[in-house]
Design a protein around this ligand. Structure first.
Ligand code: GLC
Length: 600
């Protein structure tokens, strides 16, 4: 089951010029600069609609260059462990670990919480940083410097970034590895910078693809062919006396957790790379096409499912420890949707591709319908659930999953504002996890799993619940924290996930999102006051995120890269195009009202 050696593939690709475009792509070219200029020129939308031009993707399944208006509602993902499958080939060099188109429903509104207006942003020149004060620009310089120190080299090429470059003497665990999910903000920062640094992203994509081709075993069990590693590192093989790769597919990870998110992030980053560079030759390589298909085979296969969502074990994503997210966690569903839509753009329809694309289309439609209907919670929907009847049989049931209203936790009634809403954490028979999970909600906006109205409502919720969700160090990964008996039961008494810490309500500086740029600006101002001073920690503890996390690593790469990506997007909003998708009109709209939805 081997694919071509990644080294060969790297060599194959090295002479491809970045500007190569398929011949039919002649229309409007859209560099980041072009996109920005078009924003600045275009007064046809009111200034409050943060319209930008974007590549349109529809029907063809390929990235195209039509100009479309896109109402932006969000920005950056947060970036939101790792079998010791062994050794790659290689002679190598050093293991330097220092080394609605136009939807008006999502019109963005100035936030009452901040004085700034959108006009201020619209007037800033592209990528200028001119509005930066000196503290901010020295922070940016420091962040780039630290990011470059996190590069990991293999065969003389940069292939990723180490998770954390903590002080010598601190316990490394697996933080000296390149994590697939952690690399995403690093890769985005490299793609978004003015002089885009695309090589490291290409090398990373090809190296991880190569690792996917390995046989993966944990004890006597062989993992699926498409599984991507959670992380990898470069080690010195004492026998062969050369550097080799060592990948972790969950077999070495604390708790042996499955990296369900890795393959999805890989597809998403591949699409970002393609979008930014217009280098279609990478995604069109047969090995790359095969890698995408293998990942999709893992999640599109037939089974006993009655839902289009993906059944997952606990700890299968950024939250890589027991946190009661088993079942159908929002983070994976949103990533699944995002990856399906990216794959749809990247996949070649030749050979069996057409059939796969049809399966993707069907799943996208079913998944978005399911999520938008059953995961969405706002005041009205909460009231509907509160009044649910139970034990309903047949397809006319209103309470399809037989949720018992008494299982709604008290805190939700207080937390739910009249204005705003969010996708809840999990939905399965008789179980709704009402907790707020940041990454899933951000990704739902980026990928347009959320409708424009839902995206606006998520932003409203953040504004309405600023103290709870943002506090002193944006943003809280989950809300509220599990405490007492529930914490004991759900986390298995996890000392790292005590209340308001780490994944249990801890605050993660990498998790920045905007859309109403003034919200992002305000959030960034908060982190700028502390991040560098505190040594770019991994996470913060406490109900408002005031304290550096008990076991937080210092110089955590995604804290550094997340900050840079946020700044790059604030300075140049068209950078958003590199990561976000626009709405696909074919996706079914949700029907949330009881009467309209359920009567036949
Ligand atoms: C922690 C985080 C995980 C991250 C890893 C490396 O285990 O929970 O999401 O990928 O650290 O930073």
């Amino acid at each position: 089951m081997s694919t071509a050696s990644a080294d060969e593939v790297i060599a194959d690709c090295s002479d491809l010029s970045q500007g190569d475009l398929p011949s039919e792509e002649t229309e409007v070219l859209e560099t980041v600069d072009d996109a920005w200029k078009s924003i600045a020129r275009d007064d046809s939308t009111t200034r409050v609609d943060f319209g930008i031009s974007a590549n349109k993707v529809e029907n063809t399944g390929k990235l195209r260059k039509d100009k479309v208006k896109l109402s932006v509602n969000v920005v950056c993902p947060s970036s939101s462990n790792g079998g010791g499958a062994d050794t790659g080939e290689s002679d190598a060099v050093s293991n330097t670990s220092n080394g609605n188109g136009g939807k008006s429903s999502s019109v963005l509104k100035p936030s009452p919480s901040v004085g700034a207006t959108l006009e201020n942003h619209m007037d800033s020149p592209i990528g200028s940083g001119s509005s930066e004060n000196s503290t901010s620009s020295s922070l940016i310089d420091e962040a780039w410097e630290l990011l470059s120190k996190s590069y990991v080299y293999f065969k003389g090429q940069r292939v990723g970034t180490i998770a954390a470059n903590d002080d010598p003497g601190s316990e490394t665990l697996n933080y000296n590895q390149v994590f697939v999910r952690d690399f995403v903000p690093s890769g985005l920062a490299c793609l978004m910078r003015k002089d885009a640094d695309v090589e490291i992203v290409k090398n990373f994509l090809l190296k991880t693809l190569h690792l996917q081709g390995w046989e993966k075993r944990i004890d006597n069990f062989t993992l699926g062919e498409g599984v991507m590693p959670a992380s990898f590192k470069v080690i010195q093989d004492p026998i062969r006396q050369k550097e080799v790769l060592q990948a972790d597919f969950g077999g070495s990870a604390i708790g042996r957790v499955a990296p369900v998110d890795s393959g999805f992030w890989w597809i998403i980053l591949l699409r970002s790379y393609t979008k930014c560079t217009h280098d279609y030759s990478l995604s069109e390589l047969p090995e790359v096409q095969r890698g995408i298909r293998l990942i999709l085979n893992l999640c599109l296969s037939d089974g006993f499912d009655t839902f289009p969502t993906l059944l997952c074990a606990d700890g299968c994503s950024m939250i890589d420890r027991r946190m009661g997210v088993y079942g159908y966690p929002i983070e994976i569903q949103a990533l699944f949707f995002f990856a399906l839509r990216c794959a749809r753009q990247l996949l070649n329809s030749e050979h069996d591709g057409k059939e796969l694309i049809e399966r993707i289309d069907k799943r996208i439609t079913a998944l978005s319908y399911h999520m938008q209907n059953y995961y969405w919670l706002d005041f009205t929907q909460l009231n509907n659930i509160y009044r649910y009847k139970t034990e309903e049989y047949s397809h006319t049931a209103v309470n399809k999953f037989n949720v018992i209203p008494e299982s709604i936790p008290d805190w939700v009634f207080e937390f739910m504002p009249l204005k705003g809403g969010y996708f809840i954490g999990n939905v399965s028979p008789a179980r709704m996890d009402f907790r707020w999970f940041l990454v899933g909600n951000c990704i739902a906006i980026l990928s347009c799993l959320a409708t424009p109205a839902q995206a606006t409502a998520i932003m409203d919720l953040i504004e309405e619940r600023w103290t709870d969700l943002i506090g002193e160090m944006p943003l809280k990964i989950a809300y509220p924290a599990l405490e007492g008996h529930e914490w004991k039961n759900v986390t298995g008494c996890d000392p790292k996930n005590t209340r308001w810490s780490y994944h249990n309500g801890g605050s993660w500086p990498a998790s920045i999102k905007t859309g109403r740029p003034q919200i992002a600006k305000r959030a960034i101002e908060l982190i700028e006051q502390r991040l560098s001073k505190d040594g770019w920690p991994e996470y913060y503890d406490g109900i408002t995120g005031r304290y550096i996390g008990k076991q937080a690593r210092k110089h955590q790469t995604w804290s550094i890269a997340g900050y840079l990506v946020a700044k790059l997007m604030i300075e140049n909003p068209s950078n958003l195009l590199i990561i976000s998708l626009e709405e696909d009109k074919k996706i079914a709209k949700p029907r949330l009202t009881r009467s309209a939805s359920w009567t036949y």
